[in-house]
Ligand binder design. Structure first.
Ligand SMILES: Nc1ncnc2c1ncn2[C@@H]1O[C@H](COP(=O)(O)OP(=O)(O)OP(=O)(O)O)[C@@H](O)[C@H]1O
Ligand SMILES: [Mg+2]
Length: 147
């Protein structure tokens, strides 16, 4: 399977468990795909890290999965691929060079990027853009594929 299994459109995620379930669905879609760039957008507390955490867990990350709130990036080495979980909220776009992102080519690395808009023009473009929008008690999920 590849990201092509995930279709553009809208879904309603009624609670945090539904966000987690979508994370697992995404992991399944990524099974045979090493690299991809996934943007996770939405306001503070929208559920981006919740989604990323469950995706990372389903991909095989064990142990604590920290939010990259202050470190800006948390890399993971898995048997099949590298994963880079980023939160660029606190990034000054001028400092992007210092992250050493060249070591993580998107062809071989799964990029999960919270606050991608803070990364500026140097960021690789998204293969999948996910936007979480608070709605009622839950979240609306807007899925946009690159194609
Ligand atoms: N579909 C949902 N419905 C209701 N609550 C949800 C849903 N998904 C996640 N949440 C809850 O919303 C909160 C989201 O926190 P989370 O850290 O994931 O947000 P974030 O988007 O990463 O924020 P930040 O921009 O600060 O990094 C958590 O308390 C989580 O349980
Ligand atoms: Mg977060």
């Amino acid at each position: 399977m590849s990201l092509a299994a995930i279709k553009s459109g809208e879904r309603y995620l009624a609670d945090a468990d539904a966000t987690a379930a979508f994370g697992r669905e995404l992991a399944e879609a990524l099974r045979d795909q090493r690299g991809a760039v996934i943007h996770l957008r939405g306001t503070l507390g929208a559920g981006k890290t919740t989604l990323a955490r469950e995706l990372l867990r389903a991909l095989g990350v064990t142990g604590t999965i920290r939010s990259p709130t202050y470190t800006l990036m948390e890399p993971y080495e898995l048997p099949e691929r590298r994963v880079l979980h980023m939160d660029l909220y606190r990034l000054d776009a001028a400092d992007i060079e210092q992250l050493g992102l060249d070591d993580y080519p998107p062809s071989e690395t799964l990029w999960l990027v919270e606050w991608p808009e803070k990364g500026g023009a140097g960021m690789p473009k998204a293969d999948l853009d996910l936007q979480l929008i608070p709605m009622g008690e839950g979240r609306k999920l807007q899925i946009s594929t690159a194609a």
